[in-house]
Design a protein around this ligand. Sequence first.
Ligand SMILES: [Zn+2]
Length: 114
Amino acid sequence: MNKLYREVLMDELGYTHSGDQVIPKFPIRTVGHSTYAEQCKTMEWYTLKDRLMHKANYMCTQCGNPNERLEIDHIAYVPGRKAWQYTDDYFQVLCSPCHRRVTAERKKAKESNG
Ligand SMILES: [Zn+2]
């Protein structure tokens, strides 16, 4: 486990850990998450994110930088689906700068396609 990533994640999501066990600092609801931000505070999302990060060896898949803060880029959205109800190919692990760049490029491409 990438220490930096784990600390950032714990801090961000309000999870703490003792040894290998991840303990939420707040009660986890598994239904009724209406916003994406809420969905990103669930154990389902945390588990998925953790698995995707692990698969990417805790490095940005674009630039390979292991020292930047890592984020999950959601490549496409399907209405009505929860953030974790996607297959792995809907996501890519990116560092913060790459994530910003990719998001801006995608937005631009979408605009020019009408
Ligand atoms: Zn990167």
